[in-house]
Design a protein around this ligand. Structure first.
Ligand code: ADP
Ligand code: NI
Length: 218
């Protein structure tokens, strides 16, 4: 595909996504903007297909099961219809949709696997944006949006074994660190992702240590 056409497709897709994003501040345009920056940075180091990576990042949160009665295939469907309307080839559409289907975290004990380097990169970038200073902000923003407690020492974390269980959990936000955020460092797919995750992981760890210390009045 000519470079100029790729550029045009990306531009149109960006406008489409900006007009469609739904839900909380953790999933707004700025999340896509940040994930794109991280993903393209990793993609250049890992010599991946930048067009596929950028297209998948733009579309990865275009429709969320949380706002569609738990329909986990909604994101890929919306993306496919959009890409079809642009006349994009089947191979590209299948690749992008497969990434969108597999990108989400589905629970502590649920394996998700990405087949291609482009998918691995998008997943790493999406996860990096759930970590570190931004990740902490997103977690409490999500907790507020769902009316959750900040913390409750009587509710211990649960290591979910299915996506259903994970989705239904209504626990406090500190539990989310144990149920997801602290696990991400060891699930990075790419070497570049792993190295970026280190600092973000340490920052969250220090943050929660400090939070729990203050909770006890120390
Ligand atoms: P992903 O984009 O990996 O599929 P989600 O859509 O589940 O993740 O979450 C989007 C953001 O909201 C992430 O930063 C995530 O950590 C945060 N989040 C999701 N579930 C919770 C929760 N139960 N408590 C606090 N934050 C959450
Ligand atoms: Ni995302």
């Amino acid at each position: 595909m000519p470079e100029l056409l790729k550029k045009e497709i990306l531009k149109k897709t960006e406008e489409f996504v900006k007009g469609r994003l739904e839900g909380d501040s953790g999933h707004d345009w700025w999340h896509i903007h940040r994930v794109r920056n991280i993903a393209l940075h990793i993609a250049k180091k890992e010599q991946a297909d930048l067009f596929i990576v950028e297209l998948a990042v733009l579309l990865h949160d275009v429709a969320d099961h949380k706002f569609h009665d738990g329909d986990e295939t909604i994101g890929a469907k919306v993306a496919r219809d959009w890409l079809l309307s642009l006349g994009i080839d089947q191979k590209t559409i299948l690749h992008v949709c497969q990434i969108i289907k597999n990108v989400s975290f589905k629970g502590a004990n649920v394996e998700t696997s990405m087949q291609t380097i482009e998918g691995k990169i998008v997943q790493d970038a999406d996860r990096l944006d759930a970590m570190g200073a931004i990740g902490i902000a997103r977690a409490f923003s999500y907790g507020g949006y769902r009316n959750r407690e900040l913390y409750n020492p009587n509710q211990k974390p649960t290591m979910h074994s299915s996506f259903d269980e994970y989705k239904k959990d209504e626990g406090h936000t500190i539990n989310h660190f144990y149920e997801k955020l602290f696990l991400l460092k060891n699930r990075m797919n790419t070497a570049t992702g792993k190295s970026l995750a280190e600092e973000r992981h340490q920052f969250m760890q220090d943050y929660v240590d400090c939070f729990l210390k203050e909770w006890d009045g120390k």
